[in-house]
Write a protein that binds this ligand. Structure first.
Ligand SMILES: O=P(O)(O)OC[C@H]1O[C@H](OP(=O)(O)OP(=O)(O)O)[C@H](O)[C@@H]1O
Ligand code: HPA
Length: 179
């Protein structure tokens, strides 16, 4: 699998350190509240587990599966809900847990959706931020690492469903995919 990776950007150890830092920040900011951590599947499945373990105050978790990339490396721009939340978000302090914010289209869609469902507040925690990919202006409140404008995989992120189980974040060799 490593043969498909051009460069490792962030090791498992570096990711653990950043999830600790973000978990501590969230714990401090939400003291006395009961935030709902919303994991955006599938990409955020590993990050969610690490963030949840590092939020030391009381928090609830729920899962939503949305997709807009299909099997390609370019967003279709059409965000589809594959699985919705189980918990009612009305009046809740929601923290969206994402693996990456790239064009920003998924996040813009989700923020609109949750505001329409009358949340008390909505913030965003993303392991990766790719600012050069942005097509829609969205803000990441808790960001792990900035990545360059290349297709990255690992630690939850896929190309055509592969590489999600890599324990690190790496740049995929361009010859592996076709745009
Ligand atoms: O900022 P954007 O350009 O919208 O990209 C970010 C989204 O794309 C990926 O999801 P994807 O649609 O690939 O589904 P997946 O999480 O199941 O892989 C990723 O997990 C984010 O949710
Ligand atoms: O760079 C990326 N890699 C994997 N999934 C993604 N979804 C948006 N950008 C990316």
């Amino acid at each position: 699998m490593d043969a498909d990776i051009k460069k490792v950007l962030y090791s498992e150890q570096e990711i653990q350190a950043v999830t600790q830092r973000l978990g501590q920040q969230i714990t401090a900011d939400y003291q006395g509240k009961n935030p709902l951590l919303v994991c955006i599947l599938k990409g955020a499945y590993l990050f969610m587990a690490d963030i949840a373990k590092n939020v030391s105050d009381y928090a609830e978790v729920d899962f939503m599966n949305v997709s807009s990339y299909g099997d390609g490396v370019v967003s279709t721009g059409n965000v589809k809900i594959i699985k919705d939340l189980d918990i009612d978000v009305k009046g809740r302090d929601v923290i969206i847990v994402e693996d990456i914010v790239d064009t920003g289209q998924t996040l813009a869609y989700l923020i609109d959706l949750f505001n329409g469902r009358d949340v008390k507040s909505v913030k965003v925690c993303s392991l990766l931020d790719k600012p050069e990919g942005r097509k829609v202006d969205v803000q990441v409140d808790y960001a792990g690492f900035e990545v360059p404008n290349e297709f990255v995989v690992g630690y939850g992120l896929d190309y055509a469903e592969k590489y999600r189980n890599l324990p690190y974040i790496g740049i995929l060799k361009p010859e592996i995919y076709t745009e």
